[in-house]
Design a protein around this ligand. Sequence first.
Ligand code: ADP
Length: 159
Amino acid sequence: MKRAIYPGSFDPVTNGHCDVVERARKLFDEVIVAVAHNDEKQPLFSLEERLDLLKQTVGRIDNVRIAQFDGLLVEFARTEKAAAVIRGLRAVSDFEFEFQMALMNRKLEGSVETIFLMPKEEYTYLSSRLVKEIARLGGDVSEFVPGIVIVALDKKFKR
Ligand code: ADP
């Protein structure tokens, strides 16, 4: 049983995240989408809201499980007996930080590999941060996020 963990903030889940999950699922028997909740970032959506949006979207795909973790990612990977950590790479700008994280995680736990997956080209400019910014300013994000996320964003920004 090959298991992978796809960690992130998912604030909120976007079509880019969904694309990466679909790709990872083809490579592994189980993919755990893991929401970090010791993040220093101030999220728009609470941990429960982020988990709920994930459960109602990618959580519906076979062999995909939604989880949360705090503390070190490599500890979580060890507990779950995961062989790999999945990260999405959109552009060169992601590279520096992701490279550093991957090597540090390898230092901390040599048995867990980090695997980078590229999304469909049309999602390479997509981020949760931009989606929130556009939604806050009243723009249309329907091409970028699942339907229930549009509803959740509308509620947050009281429309
Ligand atoms: P984090 O706060 O850990 O960056 P995110 O939820 O923003 O969490 O992203 C989680 C992972 O998904 C990261 O590896 C990020 O690079 C990747 N990702 C985010 N958006 C996209 C996208 N549009 N296409 C591919 N990967 C993405």
